[in-house]
Design a protein around this ligand. Structure first.
Ligand code: FES
Length: 107
């Protein structure tokens, strides 16, 4: 199963095995990873699943939709070039080793 490492704002690292087809947000919620809220359940309507992808250059990530692009303008912590909404990062086998850093706040 592909793995994702979540790095909390305080530096705590959690690595999870995430089933293919599950979003990076859903895996965090199911495993009680602090720092991702996912309040809208993944319908691109809350921006509380904001993450900073640390090694995006190693993967072909799902393309960003115009709605995700727009929601990233409403994050609690300012958007960075590596910002994504983790509910839109649906795991594939090829995304094994993904590393996401979590912002200090989601709202
Ligand atoms: S969970 Fe709401 S935008 Fe991702």
């Amino acid at each position: 199963m592909p793995k994702v490492t979540y790095i909390a704002a305080d530096g705590t690292e959690t690595t999870l095995e995430v089933p293919v087809g599950t979003s990076v947000m859903e895996a965090a919620i199911m495993n009680n990873v602090d720092g991702i809220l996912g309040e809208c359940g993944g319908s691109i309507n809350c921006a509380t699943c904001h993450v900073f992808v640390q090694n995006a250059d190693q993967f072909t990530l799902p393309e960003m939709s115009p709605v995700e692009e727009e929601m990233l303008e409403a994050t609690a912590v300012e958007r960075q070039p590596e910002s994504r909404l983790s509910c839109q990062l649906i795991m594939t086998a090829a995304m094994d080793g993904l590393i996401v850093r979590l912002p200090e706040a989601q709202y």
